[in-house]
Ligand binder design. Structure first.
Ligand code: NAD
Length: 315
């Protein structure tokens, strides 16, 4: 499908900047919208490339978004309040911003008939899901007792909204549930575990492992994630569905700390911190989080190419 000009919301953020870089390299014109609440501009990943228009603004501004969507043939909606730390600190703001930005973008895309890719999250599966997570797992919107983050709730609502607008207004859309995505340019301030370990190991500070460290995660290099997003955008036959996008190599958080320590040649001690101390009493997280990526593999032939060692070296 012709991809000539794309709008990227959250275009000055971690994944948005990598996506913009990749699309520019493919000759696609980019409009990047970002309010710089956490994003950076000028952006070291993007540089100051030709073919890019940067707009500093609020993605919940309906008139602005409608104007930017006009003239684009695809929208990547990545703007959101992200990161466990931020979500814990301001759950209501997270919900309001994520809800308002997503509804605004979906509405503008539906009105203009421009296809949109929505960045959802593995958090939608909730803490009780059993790995590997599959897109058609029953009850992923789940009972409220599953206790999800406000973040996850607004992501889940966004997904449902995209499907609803697809039915009611013929909105062309595709939803991706991103699993832990890492790579150069990601801030340790988000509280995501790998950049935090790398930061702690570099400083020679204790590497803090929450709980027993036996919980497992998969990590995916941002360059692989971007390949997946672009492949979906370029393949209309894949639209109208949701896809897991994530790594394949499962690793326990304790082993991850050890691996980071080893590859960075750091002598940081590894320190276990109780979950409760780190996040509060009612904190619940999936013990094992891993995607089944069979659906996207089948739809566009994507699977991640960069392994854990490369991911750690690049983090
Ligand atoms: P990020 O914080 O680096 O990027 C988000 C960007 O959105 C930031 O630049 C921020 O300034 C911008 N933004 C926030 N509110 C805005 C608003 N109202 N108007 C305009 N811009 C606004 O995070 P990221 O890791 O690049 O995440 C991108 C998307 O992927 C998000 O939707 C996130 O929920 C999703 N996601 C990321 C991961 C991950 O591991 N990084 C995992 C699951 C889902």
């Amino acid at each position: 499908s012709p991809l000539k000009k794309a709008l990227i919301t959250g275009g000055a953020g971690f994944i948005g900047a990598w996506l913009g870089r990749a699309l520019l390299d493919q000759g696609v014109e980019i409009v990047a919208l970002d309010d710089l609440s956490t994003g950076t501009w000028p952006n070291p990943t993007l540089g100051e490339p030709e073919g890019l228009t940067f707009v500093r603004g609020d993605c919940a501004d309906a008139a602005l978004v409608a104007r930017l969507v006009e003239g684009c043939d695809f929208v990547f909606h990545l703007a959101a309040v992200v990161g466990v730390r931020r979500v814990v600190e301001s759950p209501l703001r997270t919900a309001l911003v994520n809800q308002a930005t997503t509804l605004t973008v979906l509405e503008a895309a539906a009105a203009a008939g421009v296809p949109v890719l929505l960045a959802s999250s593995s958090e939608v599966y909730g803490p009780l899901a059993t790995a590997p997570f599959r897109e058609d797992d029953a009850g992923s919107f789940g009972p409220p007792e599953q206790g999800r983050w406000t973040y996850a709730l607004t992501k889940a609502a966004g997904e449902q909204m995209a499907f609803a607008l697809g039915r009611e207004r013929g909105l062309p859309f595709v939803v991706v549930r991103l699993f832990n995505t890492v790579g150069p340019g990601q801030s340790a301030a988000f509280g995501m575990v790998l950049p935090r370990f790398v930061d702690q190991a570099r400083r020679g500070e204790p590497m803090t492992v929450y709980g027993d460290g036996e919980q497992t995660r998969v990590f995916c290099h941002v360059a692989d994630v971007v390949d997946a997003l672009v492949a979906l955008a370029r393949t209309p036959s894949s639209w109208g569905r949701l896809y897991n996008v994530g790594g394949v190599q499962s690793v326990s958080i304790r082993d991850l700390a050890g691996k980071v320590r080893e590859r960075l040649g750091s002598d940081s001690p590894i320190r276990h911190v109780p979950f409760v101390q780190a996040f509060g009493d009612d904190f619940a997280e999936a013990r094992h989080r891993q995607p089944d990526i069979g659906r996207i593999a089948q739809a566009v032939g994507w699977s991640p190419r960069r392994g854990l060692d490369r991911i750690i070296d690049d983090a």
